[in-house]
Design a protein around this ligand. Structure first.
Ligand code: DQA
Length: 153
């Protein structure tokens, strides 16, 4: 049975976290909170499972690695939840790669980037995203997955 037929298992959601997010819980807890990346992944897995989706989660500090994962994801996933971290504000290459899988994208920021330095106010990812969530702590990942599941249908 093909994955697009009614009743078929949906393709998994891809959760991507960008640079320095492996240090969640240690890095600037006054900005990013006490939760760790493992907590984020566990929350995302629980939420996706509740909605009938599998989850693939990955974090990297290497931009080319993230771009390679996006190339490999084409045809393999039903949507993307991404916290691009600092690449949000800098990377045309990441933005170009994000459209390659051709699936809905949700952009998540743990902190409210709009309350912070001006360089964090611009995002190369937001114009590609179905939704943007910022400032809700790690609960933003849960909200993003719920909304993504709705968008996927
Ligand atoms: C972040 C905000 C970015 O500006 C920053 O570079 C990060 C994390 C957030 O989750 O709030 O690394 O994406």
């Amino acid at each position: 049975m093909s994955e697009t037929e009614p009743g078929a298992e949906p393709l998994p959601i891809l959760l991507l976290n960008g640079p320095n997010l492996n240090t969640l819980g240690v890095r600037q807890p006054e900005v990013y909170g006490a939760a760790t990346l493992d907590d984020v992944v566990a929350l995302a897995e629980r939420t996706a499972a509740e909605l009938g989706f599998g989850l693939r989660a990955a974090q990297t500090n290497h931009e080319g690695q993230m771009i390679d994962w996006l190339h490999e994801a084409r045809g393999q996933i039903s949507g993307i939840v991404i916290n691009p971290a600092a690449w949000t504000h800098t990377s045309v290459a990441l933005a170009d790669a994000l459209v390659i899988p051709d699936v809905p994208i949700m952009e998540v920021h743990i902190s409210n980037v709009h309350k912070r330095e001006a360089f964090r106010h611009h995002s190369y990812v937001s114009p590609l995203a179905s939704g943007v969530i910022a400032g809700f702590g790690i609960r933003g990942y849960e909200f993003a997955i719920r909304q993504l599941a709705d968008v996927i249908g």
